[in-house]
Structure formats: structure tokens, C-alpha cells
Design a protein. Structure first.
Length: 319
């Protein structure tokens, strides 16, 4: 890709010959602005529940319950019956904490946009229900409101201090390295427990696009298409552990042989991403700030979301 004029360094719309339905829907939507796709999802990630299966049995659970009320019950039992200091590791506000909140909110049917996708939508009943639920872990002493800004996830999980947390596939190698020999058999992963709208989670990853100023556009798009072939995606996973964005790539034996990995593949079918507004990072920083007040000081979730909405309305979507 060449430099070109500064105003031309924008991506070109995705060619019609690329089958957008081949990708996980939530990931595909991250390539769209104003209803037009400007690239493809290259690789993806999503978040699920990690739990100490050995300690879960002590707490009276064979697996993570499929509903949000059951998750909280299990987390509390991890403390009262399995000796854990904290039942579930959740981020108590701060940068990026919205990613911990939104799986519950999306599972409850929350939509971060309104007016046909043209405006922010933070103060909905679904968001309020989810923030109240999230807050309850801290007010009930199940999650640590004084958790350090720098996560201590792996050692706390290995020691049993915090036997449950929500995170992405990279943590499998992380906890197994810290846990040592045989730890792989002491934990498992499960989908985000369902709310009123089913089970959903956060989808992230990386996208590929071609600039308008690119001289060899056809060749560039051919490379993008090649990188999206199922066998190439599966091979890339073995090299990088980046998860395939192409749904059919998940049928490859390299991925189907790992039962824990299959949980991530299932979760990706319903995972969602935030809106592709240019002001998103500025706006969501306000949500992180307000969420921290809710978890650490017991601030009113309704007032917090009203503040976030007012700030979002003031900033606008940048469209």
C-alpha cells in the first residue's frame, strides 16, 4: 500500500465477491460504518467464564449454571464451601471495565445504539438491570472492590483465591503456565450465563482492509481473501493462537480436538461488538469512570447511566 494523499488513506468498501456471511456476525459488524463494510475480520477473540472445576465440585457444582442468578449462587458457594477469598474476579471499574459489564448487558438484550443506530443508548432498562447485577457482586462481598489495577488473575486462579473469572482464550496458556503440571485438568471454561436474551459476550480481534490509495488493489484484496480461507485461518491459529473469524474454519481438527477451545467457538456465534462510532473510546471512558463509582462507592446505577448518556449525547457519535 502506498502513502497517497492524507485524505485518501481511507479503506475501500469490501468487494461483493467476498462472502460476508462466512464470518461470525458480531465480528463482521466491526467492519461496518453506516451500513457499509470496509474490510473483513481477520482473527477474533471472545470472553467466557474460567472456573476451577475441582473447587466447583467442593462448592456443589459440576459446571457453571446457564443463567445469571445461578452464576452468582455458584460464586458465593465458592467462598462459603470451597474456601475462596473471592467468588468471581470482576474488574471494579477503571480502563476497559466496560468489557466486563457488557457480556451481561448484551445477554439481557441491551443495545448500545438507538434511533436506527444513529445515537448512543446507555440508559436503557437492560443496561440498568445489568449494572445493578454487576454491582451486587461487590456490595455482597463476592468480588473485590479493592482489586489491583494490575490484574493478578493467573496466580489468584492457580492458588484458588479467585477460582472464577471472565476472560479470553489467551488465559488458557497463562493459567496453565502458572498452575504447573496437571493444572489443565483442574479448570474448565463455560459460556457466559444467559440473561433474558440468551448468552452473549464481547467480540474483539483484528480486521483487514485495503486503502483507497493502494495502487495494486486487486492483488491486495486477493491477499485478504486468501487470509480468509478456512484452511489458512486454521493454520494461522496453530502459528499464532489467534482464533479464526471464518465460521467454517472451526470444523478443522486443529480446533475441534480441544474441548475448551470449542466453548469459545460456540460463544462467538452470539458475541457482539460496540458501535463503530469514531467517538466510542472517548465516550466509553466515561462509562468506565461511572462504573467504578458504582462498584467501589455504591453509587446509584441509574444516576451513573444517566450521566454517561448525557456525556455521550454531548460528545455525539462523530458521524
Amino acid at each position: 500500500m502506498d502513502g497517497g494523499a492524507r485524505g485518501e488513506r481511507r479503506p475501500r468498501p469490501t468487494p461483493s465477491q467476498i462472502d460476508k456471511s462466512a464470518f461470525f456476525d458480531g465480528a463482521q459488524k466491526t467492519t461496518e460504518v453506516g451500513g457499509t463494510s470496509f474490510g473483513i475480520p481477520w482473527y477474533v477473540e471472545t470472553r467466557v467464564v474460567f472456573y476451577r472445576s475441582d473447587l466447583a465440585k467442593k462448592a456443589g457444582f459440576d459446571t457453571v449454571p446457564s443463567d445469571q442468578a445461578g452464576l452468582k449462587e455458584m460464586a458465593k458457594a465458592m467462598q462459603t464451601k470451597a474456601g475462596a477469598k473471592w467468588g468471581l474476579g470482576l474488574q471494579a471499574g477503571g480502563t476497559g471495565s466496560w468489557q466486563s459489564l457488557m457480556p451481561f448487558a448484551w445477554s439481557n438484550g441491551a443495545d448500545l445504539t438507538k434511533d436506527g443506530g444513529k445515537a448512543y443508548n446507555f440508559d436503557s432498562p437492560q443496561m440498568l438491570e445489568s449494572m445493578k447485577y454487576y454491582q451486587s457482586y461487590f456490595t455482597d462481598g463476592i468480588s473485590d472492590k479493592a482489586a489491583p489495577a494490575t490484574p493478578t488473575t493467573e496466580p489468584d486462579f492457580a492458588s484458588g483465591k479467585v477460582p472464577m473469572f471472565i476472560s479470553g482464550p489467551w488465559e488458557m496458556s497463562g493459567v496453565e503456565k502458572v498452575g504447573g503440571a496437571g493444572f489443565k485438568d483442574k479448570y474448565n471454561v463455560a459460556p457466559i450465563p444467559a440473561g433474558s436474551a440468551g448468552s452473549s459476550s464481547f467480540v474483539g480481534g483484528s480486521n483487514l482492509a485495503v486503502f483507497k490509495s493502494t495502487q495494486n488493489r486487486d492483488a491486495a484484496w486477493k491477499l485478504v481473501q486468501w487470509l480468509a480461507q478456512p484452511d489458512v485461518q486454521a493454520k494461522w491459529y496453530t502459528m499464532s493462537t489467534d482464533l479464526p473469524s471464518v465460521k467454517s474454519a472451526w470444523q478443522d481438527p486443529k480446533l475441534t480436538s480441544d474441548k475448551k477451545l470449542a466453548v469459545f467457538g460456540k460463544q462467538l456465534e452470539t458475541a457482539k461488538a460496540p458501535p463503530s462510532f469514531s467517538t466510542w473510546e472517548q465516550v466509553v471512558a466515561n462509562l468506565d469512570t461511572e462504573l467504578e463509582k458504582v462498584t467501589k462507592t455504591g453509587a446509584d446505577p441509574a444516576a451513573a447511566l444517566k450521566t454517561v448518556q448525557q456525556q455521550a449525547d454531548s460528545v455525539g457519535t462523530g458521524q
